[in-house]
Design a protein around this ligand. Structure first.
Ligand SMILES: [Zn+2]
Length: 137
């Protein structure tokens, strides 16, 4: 009963997509847009220092960002393979010597973005489910 009383009228999540996406791209809190998401490289803070939104609520909450990052990285790796195969006449050794570091660098560079995007998706899901801790601002 108490849980039902804590629920609230959620806004249309579609209206929150653009601001939450922008905040994720800036590595800012999806709820208030003021707090920073990361303590350091790819290390998510426990909660927002401005609005108190908890970013890491449970073990395994970052699993979605891992899937998102893996999907984007594998797509990028496929793109690099096709580009090296069709646009160059390089040997396999040279293609691997160039392609592997490019893909690894991309994976490393895109990790915080996938974590930020997943945090925004997690937040939007909470807003959609009218969870009491998610209050759009
Ligand atoms: Zn915040």
């Amino acid at each position: 009963m108490l849980r039902l009383q804590q629920r609230w009228n959620a806004p249309d999540v579609r209206l929150l997509l653009r601001p939450c996406l922008g905040r994720a791209l800036r590595h800012a809190c999806p709820q208030c847009g003021r707090g920073r998401l990361f303590e350091r490289w790819a290390r998510l803070r426990e909660r927002c220092e401005h609005c108190g939104l908890v970013y890491r609520r449970e073990d395994g909450a970052e699993l979605g960002s891992m899937y998102l990052g893996a999907t984007v990285s594998q797509s990028f790796a496929a793109l690099v393979c096709f580009a090296l195969y069709f646009l160059t006449d390089w040997s396999q050794g040279l293609s691997l010597a160039v392609g592997v570091p490019v893909v690894v660098a991309f994976c490393y560079a895109s990790l915080p973005l996938s974590m930020a995007l997943w945090t925004a998706v997690d937040y939007l899901t909470d807003v959609s489910n009218r969870e009491w801790w998610a209050r759009p601002r």
